[in-house]
Design a protein around this ligand. Structure first.
Ligand code: CMP
Length: 139
């Protein structure tokens, strides 16, 4: 079925001017970018977005990293978009990511791993609502 998922192009990637190359990977996989904006996350927003990880040892570093530069938040739409996006991103740890995935090609480290994608349809709905008003999504 057609789904939507939330994607974030992270500060390591915007810093290296990789937005277009990453978007090409999504589009070549059949995902349509139906909403997109480049923003600076506040500390409060980053903490709230990653609240599920707030007990993890990497939480503070992750929040600092996510506010270190602009991010591009996006809504991707297509058949099985949640799983398809995860396939295109590759494993969280770039050293374990399949060749030709975004993280294998572009990520700098497990933290600076270039992209975030929702891990389930339910989280996708919540994460899209976190960043986008209905009027900002244009299928
Ligand atoms: P993301 O998919 O955005 O979800 C949580 C993020 O935490 C992850 O990508 C990484 O950027 C970051 N992170 C940093 N260290 C780790 C780690 N050891 N394991 C998992 N995620 C990590």
């Amino acid at each position: 079925a057609s789904e939507r998922t939330l994607s974030i192009i992270k500060p390591d990637a915007t810093r290296r001017n990789l937005t277009g190359k990453i978007n090409t990977k999504f589009e070549e996989a059949g995902l349509k970018i139906v909403g997109q904006k480049r923003i600076r996350l506040s500390k409060e927003q980053a903490e709230a977005f990653y609240a599920v990880h707030n007990e993890r040892p990497f939480f503070n570093d992750l929040v600092s990293f996510m506010i270190s530069g602009p991010v591009v938040v996006q809504v991707l739409e297509g058949e099985g978009a949640v799983a398809k996006n995860r396939e295109v991103m590759g494993a969280t740890d770039p050293s374990k990511a399949d060749p030709n995935t975004i993280r294998a090609q572009f990520a700098e480290s497990i933290e600076a791993n270039s992209v975030h994608g929702s891990d389930s349809l339910e989280n996708a709905r919540n994460e899209i609502a976190f960043f986008f008003a209905q009027t900002e999504i244009c299928p």
